[in-house]
Design a protein around this ligand. Sequence first.
Ligand SMILES: Cc1cc2nc3c(=O)[nH]c(=O)nc-3n(C[C@H](O)[C@H](O)[C@H](O)COP(=O)(O)O)c2cc1C
Length: 425
Amino acid sequence: MGRLFYFYKIAKCKFKNNYIPKPKPPLPCHSPKGEPVHVRAAAVHGFTFNVNRFAFRRMTRQRSFEFEFVFEFSCLYFINFANFFKQGFVSYKMVKIGNIELGGFPLLLAPMEDVSDPPFRALCKEQGCDMMYTEFISVEGLIRDATKSLQKLDIYDEERPIGIQIFGAELSSMMRAAEIVEEAKPEVLDINFGCPVKKVVNKMCGAGILQDIPKMVELTRAVVNSTSLPVTVKTRLGWDDSTKYIVEVAERLQDVGIRALSIHGRTRKQMYKGEADWTLIGEIKNNPRISIPIFGNGDIDSPQKAELYRNRYGVDGIMIGRASIGYPWIFREIKHYFKTGEILPPPTTEERVGAARQHLRHSIEWKGERLGVLEMRRHYTNYFRGFPHIKKYRSQLVTNLEPEVLFGVLDEIEETYCEFEMMNS
Ligand SMILES: Cc1cc2nc3c(=O)[nH]c(=O)nc-3n(C[C@H](O)[C@H](O)[C@H](O)COP(=O)(O)O)c2cc1C
């Protein structure tokens, strides 16, 4: 109300005197100490508002009302109001999965087999990812103590909140796996009903279940009843173009107790082809029956697209997959853009090499030397995308097995391209 009152007072004075001066950017204001302060339009509205108000009061006490100031203040108030509307009123409500608070409009790292392991997740977390999921874990592997499946249960406190994702088709195995997952103490248990890979769908797992919605609902209910963890589901629009039942499926899954739903805007038949269509995701958000958070997924690869899809489809948060591979900075870029409307400069060479170095080091620590080195190979291209003449270094990175050699190559890349960066800046 205070803001409205001051704005009204200024506007009234301004219009009453019919004074229309020319604007002079940047707009000066006076701090409580009296020295001029340049108030940037994009500054946090609460702070600028308080500075302005203080200065405003002081000036009205000390001197007569000068129109010049009136105009400037009215501009400032206008800007503050614009910011207030943009950042204050249109602030996003706290998104919760069960009792887990994710903040307003969270950005989630998509579960990705062979990608979203702890070394990669650590990088995404550092860049502002609000929640992430493990790679999918076979329930059959889990209940049979398969080493690879058990290793995927490894989670670290710094990564929280985190969801462990499972896939399977057998009711009893899903229920037993839910108990095993609970012992690993993640914040969330996620069920994968979206993987399109042939060997998975042939067993009626992953997206295969989209051909049998009653079974999908039954499996989900069984998992929800087998664990005290909040259960979430990640799925696709449907099996193919003629079976996009996701709007009804969302209601049925909510009714059996899931606490959030992530939807990839493609059918199984599309695999990863074409463009993700979020129309039905938006429809689910508009369904008054739906009260759980709905996370949109598919093709978000820039801050502008994230904002466009956020506004257009009204989702509660966005899940990002491929755009984060070798580019964890996507999270900080989107967050910064949402907050300020500005595009951050891309990461420096030092940051890119630093991330690759950290990724390699953690991979070796977590998977052992040989596997850590081998599995890191798929990431180099992405970390150094766009580097001119990188081929020579990349082939060294993907052929050498000794960590010392690899770290040496990374040092060399840093040296070469930092110089190149400086020459071009
Ligand atoms: C390499 C790779 C592995 C994936 N593994 C999984 C997985 O384990 N579980 C899952 O639910 N989705 C998986 N997905 C699908 C992604 O989570 C996501 O739904 C998809 O990539 C679309 O999002 P994007 O356009 O942001 O990449 C995988 C995708 C990729 C590219």
